[in-house]
Design a protein around this ligand. Structure first.
Ligand code: TGC
Ligand code: FAD
Length: 392
């Protein structure tokens, strides 16, 4: 069983920018990750199994919807606390962070933001506690980066809607009790619907053979004339801005999560190179290794500052979607580069499950693609700075 020796790294004294509550949240989630995630995650990832028992534990530690008000079962915390929770969980594994961010940002957030009071009371407390697992269906087999072209649709059938279509690459879906599904009405306008496990004509087959996010369960959503009660339509939003505004929250969490991965890879490489000797010296004494470590901590520190500032703006309601895109893109790319360098610094040992690095690297190949690909986020920044839309 791998031992989690992770130590805190705070090169620019970022802790001074955090409140006591932020630090308390961080320490408690870090303790949970060391106790419940690190000891088992390699085994689950190797077997491509989802550690389903962690769903309840994630609920217990307050990882589901920490920014949702307490009256609905959430934590009533601020955006920086949410980010720190994602950072600490993703230091353990991106797949476990995926479970938490889908539940909080992509299932609880739209119900909280766009749902009726009845929907909030019915679903949010159970999602917050981990009694229910949720998933978010936007992507389709032929519509990934361009969700506005979606084909999934529903028709008014009097006292209910009839839903048809399919979604692809949906985190949590095979085990989910509840799915927030985005579909077009008869006029082609996008709406959110809450679909429950067990509804006739609804299935969620698992997608196998992933080399990435192996400890996260991914599947499809298939709707074959599913009768959805009218009270399951989210009344508070219509149009693509509904699902895209949920992505703002999830992408923000990923920006923090990627820092967690980068810190874990840096921490492992630093310890290993100080202990490992070649040519009768610790390999950390070689300039080429020091260059890699110095660049890693520099990039991590830059990302920490960027992301903390984004958290302040988000707390003030001033973070723009384009600012969030910049942080998601920058931080995931930064973590991937660090993961690849750290892997090499461990030599042959770097490819084994004795260390977390190779698993992190493989996970990040999904993280750089989902929630908007690296290229899409670049084009969002390009559009923001030029005022010219490259998508049309
Ligand atoms: P466009 O015409 O630009 O926009 C349509 C409407 O949406 C508004 N909008 C946003 N609103 C809130 N937040 C945002 N980030 C928004 N971006 C755009 C926009 O103002 C407009 O509003 P209105 O009132 O004028 O109607 O839309 P487009 O069709 O040109 O597409 C733009 C594009 C390409 C940037 C967008 O579609 C996009 O972001 N594509 C990437 C798709 C994506 O990220 N999919 C993620 C699926 S979920 C997922 O991956 C979960 S992984 C979970 C895990 O395991 O962690
Ligand atoms: P495509 O859109 O086909 O893109 C392929 C390539 O073309 C990319 O490199 C892209 O950058 C590039 N490209 C596309 N358009 C342009 C352009 N205009 N200019 C330049 N380059 C372009 N979705 C959900 O809805 N819910 C989930 O829970 C979810 N979980 C996921 C879990 C995993 C493990 C994975 C891998 C994906 C998940 N997704 C989920 C889907 C994810 O959001 C999509 O994979 C992603 O948005 C990209 O879509 P695509 O795979 O269809 O790629």
């Amino acid at each position: 069983m791998p031992t989690d020796l992770y130590e805190h790294h705070d090169y620019y004294l970022m802790d001074e920018l955090l409140t006591d509550e932020h630090k308390m949240v961080r320490d408690s989630v870090r303790t949970w990750v060391k106790k419940s995630v690190t000891p088992i995650i390699e085994d689950y990832a190797q077997r491509a199994k989802f550690p389903a028992h962690l769903v309840k534990e994630l609920g217990d530690i307050g990882a589901f919807g920490p920014q949702i008000p307490t009256q609905y079962g959430g934590g009533g915390l601020d955006e920086i606390s949410y980010g720190i929770i994602m950072q600490e969980i993703e230091r353990g594994d991106s797949g476990i962070r995926s479970t938490a961010s889908v539940q909080g940002s992509l299932v609880m957030f739209p119900i909280f933001k766009f749902g009726s009071e009845e929907q909030k009371m019915k679903y949010l407390p159970k999602l917050a506690s981990g009694e229910f697992l949720g998933c978010f269906g936007l992507t389709e087999p032929d519509h990934g980066s361009n969700p506005s072209g979606m084909l999934t649709n529903f028709k008014d059938a009097g006292d209910h809607y009839v839903l048809n279509g399919s979604k692809m690459w949906i985190s949590n879906s095979p085990m989910a009790d509840v799915a927030v599904v985005w579909a077009k009405d008869e006029e082609g306008i996008i709406h959110g619907l809450i679909v429950e496990k067990g509804m006739e004509g609804f299935s969620a087959p698992e997608i196998h053979n992933k080399w990435s996010l192996r400890a996260s369960i991914t599947g499809e959503l298939v709707f074959d004339n599913v009768k959805v009660p009218k009270e399951n339509l989210l009344p508070g939003v219509k149009g693509l801005k509904g699902p895209l505004s949920c992505l703002n929250s999830a992408r923000y969490g990923i920006a923090w999560g990627a820092i967690g991965v980068a810190l874990d890879c840096y921490d492992t490489a630093l310890r290993y190179t100080k202990e490992r000797t070649q040519f009768d010296r610790p390999i950390a004494s070689f300039q080429l290794q020091q260059k890699k470590l110095a660049e890693m901590i520099t990039e991590i520190t830059k990302a920490q500052l960027l992301t903390w500032r984004l958290g302040v703006l988000k707390n003030e309601g001033r973070a723009t979607p384009a600012q969030i895109s910049m942080a998601k893109r920058n931080n995931v790319d930064m973590a991937l580069t660090i993961g690849r360098d750290a892997r090499q610094m461990l030599g042959g040992m770097g490819i084994t499950g004795e260390y977390s690095i190779m698993r992190h690297m493989m996970n990040l190949e999904s993280v750089v693609t989902y929630e908007g690909t690296h290229d899409i986020h670049l084009l969002i920044t390009g559009m923001d700075v030029t005022g010219i839309n490259a998508f049309v």
